[in-house]
Write a protein that binds this ligand. Structure first.
Ligand code: F0G
Length: 741
């Protein structure tokens, strides 16, 4: 059952879905759309949404309607008003990350929607409803973007559009869009808040309101989170950062996360961070002062005109979103916005000023320690760089205007105060960060030979202390069971070199589960070696590889942790190791199921036979060759045969319940299954529908009653590729590249 409901849970008055109302008739709080709990299986849903990306159905091509199980899906396909909105990328920003003091930052660029702004996502749902109820005129108050989007979608729907804009306070590009799409423009003396008040006061039955207080708009905007998580293979980031104006987006993101959690599609929730401009900061102020009511700002001021709003209407919903996600609100000055915007521009991405509040806010939160430098952070860019070119020209060409006749200098927009991997002005200049990937070893027949580095990381953050030769470790989310392999590796190299080393305080965090066959100890060993290298100067790959193998004992995992990619390693009779790496095909992903069974590698080794027959040796040698050839020629149908093995997996059945069943699985999307390393993690390979594969693989474990985790992973590329890229781009963020202090 879908209906409208008051967003205040204490009131919870319900109305029929198509009632033309935005506020509760009893308590006047905003309305929202309420659904019955979603009965569908989370893996099925994820697989279905992924599959729709390749479809030509108009509803599937829209990055909003593709997620219709969580939308008011009550319209015939031909009724839907769409410009194929959504489908926007998630882009890493290397300079932006260095600027903020983070290891990495990703931007979800909603400015790459049809009208250049996120508003289109809510407009497709809002306009479809307006058409469904027979609206003749749609209207909104706007700082420019909502108006442009409303104008375009109304034109598609064949409905008249009227937009109320604060006079002289809207960028010309946005005004031009509204005019181009045929909207009637009403200019209001005053600001956005005055325009919205004036519009709402009309209360005319002829006008259908489409500001973000419309519950239908919120539904479309929710899908930002759905598309983002799909793009991240449902790995939930630590932080999602969004600009705040009228707070419709914040409300929508909070609702999306509540619904996804309730439906079991996510287990953890990212922290939502709302960033406002300092001159238009009622939410940030309320948050900072710990008040329970918002105090409107009468004359909001900021050069980020899109968010020049003093009385945000969706503030209660936004507060609910912040509480639900353990989020926070803050503000940034116009100068900070301008600085961040120019860095985003220099990353080749660009955005309008309001969007840059996100990076400016992240930088502040990293500096004050709220956001850890290794955290995964997604900043939402809400508008396109071309939305406000006046702003750019005023800022970057201003000095030239005083010198008429002289050529305009090329402006340097990137602030000087940061440099590769070292956020100077944030005061982190003596920190070293190192990330080393986990790995899947053996790949069936390649016992002690093959491995692939995967995107699970062990992260170190080391700071210099006074004194020398002392190492102090702090383990953040790792429980150290045996000896500290990082320290051991570090001291191993240190013992070989005569010089003393500065004392270090090292923070360690890791996503690689311990004792699970995913190369956690090889990653720790390589991390220790890399750390030593940061100030002793680079060691040769051979020296590092041999040291890692000597300490850790597994040339396959050690090679993958060190070199990345798909590695082949072999040991010479004198114990030294030769290893080589190549790219693992990008289109092949791994579904890794890790049962909660601690399995020590030595126990898993003991069950292996001392000798194998010639027939079995030939069998495995053939499979290793076939598997490598299948990778190089991208003949993935050969994987199944290439992953067969007679050397170790069958002997490990008694130690790894469910393994025998998993190896025998058959499914059209499944390219093959193998044990990862010595287990107990089991890996399934697939080119598409990884969620469906996850479900099939989970089917082997669910009946056993053993708890397990499933990760969907991609390969970590060969490190020489990374370092080449990093050298080119000047900002070295490669996991295994280590800046020198
Ligand atoms: N970013 C941009 C580019 C915007 O245009 C807006 C809002 C926001 C952020 C803030 O989003 O209101 O959901 O918190 N623009 C509205 C408009 C007010 O009329 O175009 P919010």
């Amino acid at each position: 059952m879908i209906h409208l409901r008051c967003s205040d849970p204490k009131c919870a008055t319900t109305l029929e879905l198509h009632e033309r109302a935005v506020a509760c008739p009893r308590c006047h709080d905003l309305l929202e759309i309420a659904y019955s709990p979603c009965p569908l299986d989370p893996f099925d849903l994820q697989a279905r949404w992924r599959r729709r990306r390749g479809s030509h159905d108009v509803r599937d091509r829209s990055g909003v309607w593709r997620f219709r199980e969580f939308l008011p899906d009550v319209y015939a396909p031909e009724q839907i008003v769409t410009l194929e909105e959504g489908n926007v990328p998630v882009l890493p920003g290397w300079r932006s990350a260095a600027f903020a003091g983070l290891a990495r930052v990703q931007f979800k660029h909603l400015g790459w929607n049809p009208t250049g702004c996120f508003k289109d996502l809510g407009m497709t749902t809002g306009m479809t409803e307006a058409k469904h109820v027979g609206a003749k005129v749609v209207a909104c108050a706007s700082t420019g973007n909502t108006a442009a989007s409303l104008a375009a979608y109304a034109a598609r729907a064949g409905i008249s559009a009227r937009v109320y804009l604060p006079k002289g306070a809207v960028s010309l590009a946005k005004l031009a869009q509204s005019l181009e799409h045929g909207a009637e423009v009403v200019e209001i003396e005053g600001n956005f808040d005055n325009a919205l008040t004036e519009l709402l006061a009309k209360g005319s039955s002829d006008l259908y309101f489409l500001n973000s207080i419309s519950p239908f708009r919120v539904e479309g905007q929710k899908t930002v989170i759905f598309e983002l998580l799909d793009q991240l293979d449902w790995r939930v980031p630590d932080f999602i950062v969004v600009p705040g104006g009228n707070l419709g987006n914040t409300a929508a993101f909070g609702k999306a996360l509540e619904e996804l959690k309730a439906a079991g599609l996510i287990q953890q929730v990212p922290r939502l961070v709302v960033v406002q401009a300092a001159g238009a900061n009622p939410l940030a102020r309320m948050w900072r002062e710990g008040r329970s009511e918002i105090q409107p700002i009468e004359n909001p001021t900021t050069a980020a005109t899109a968010i020049r709003i003093g009385a945000p209407r969706s503030w209660k919903k936004a507060i609910r979103a912040l509480h639900f996600t353990n989020g926070l609100a803050l503000d940034v000055t116009d100068e900070e916005i301008a600085e961040a915007k120019s860095v985003i521009g220099r990353d080749g991405i660009g955005c309008e000023p309001a969007s840059a509040t996100t990076l400016a806010g992240v930088r502040k939160l990293v500096a004050d320690g709220t956001i850890d430098k290794d955290a995964s952070v997604v900043a939402i860019l809400t508008g396109h760089v071309l939305k406000d070119t006046d702003y750019i020209l005023k800022r970057l060409r201003a000095p030239a205007e005083h010198r008429a006749g002289e050529p305009v200098p090329v402006a340097t927009a990137v602030p000087a105060a940061f440099s590769p991997g070292v956020a100077g002005s944030n005061g982190h200049s003596s920190e070293i960060k190192i990330s080393v990937p986990g790995s899947i070893a053996n790949l069936g027949p390649g016992l002690d030979t093959l491995a692939v580095a995967v995107q699970l990381y062990l992260n170190l953050c080391a700071k210099r202390m006074s004194g020398s030769n002392e190492l102090r470790f702090e383990f953040k989310n790792v429980e150290l069971k045996g000896p500290n392999s990082i320290e051991r590796a570090f001291r191993h190299l240190a013992a070989k070199h005569p010089a003393s080393f500065p004392s270090l305080e090292v923070q360690v965090s890791s996503d690689i589960p311990l004792c699970s066959g995913l190369g956690s100890s090889a990653a720790a060993t390589v991390a220790g070696l890399r750390l030593y290298e940061t100030f002793a100067g680079p060691c040769s790959t051979e020296e590092l590889l041999n040291a890692a193998c000597e300490l850790e004992g597994h040339p396959d995992n050690a090679a993958a942790a060190l070199l990345g990619g798909l590695t082949t390693s072999c040991q010479r009779p004198d114990g030294s190791v030769v290893a080589t790496t190549t790219e693992w095909p990008e289109d092949i992903g791994f579904v890794v199921l890790t049962p909660e069974l601690a399995l020590e590698t030595c126990a898993s080794r003991q069950v292996l036979p001392q000798c194998v027959s010639r027939e079995d040796a030939v069998f495995n040698a053939q499979r290793v060759a076939l598997l490598l050839q299948a990778v190089h020629t991208r003949q993935y149908s050969l994987f199944k045969e290439g992953l067969c093995d007679r050397w170790h997996q069958q002997f490990r059945y008694p130690l790894v319940p469910g393994l025998e069943r998993a190896l025998a699985l058959e499914h059209p999307d499944l390219l093959g299954v193998c044990l990862s390393g010595a287990g107990p993690s089991i890996v399934a390979l697939g080119e598409r529908n990884l969620f469906r594969i996850a479900k099939v693989l989970s089917g082997c474990y669910a009946p056993l009653g053993i708890p397990y985790q499933v990760h969907i992973l991609r390969a970590h590329p060969p490190c020489d590729l990374l370092s080449r890229e990093a050298n080119d781009s000047e900002y070295s963020l490669s996991p295994t590249l280590t800046p020198h202090w």
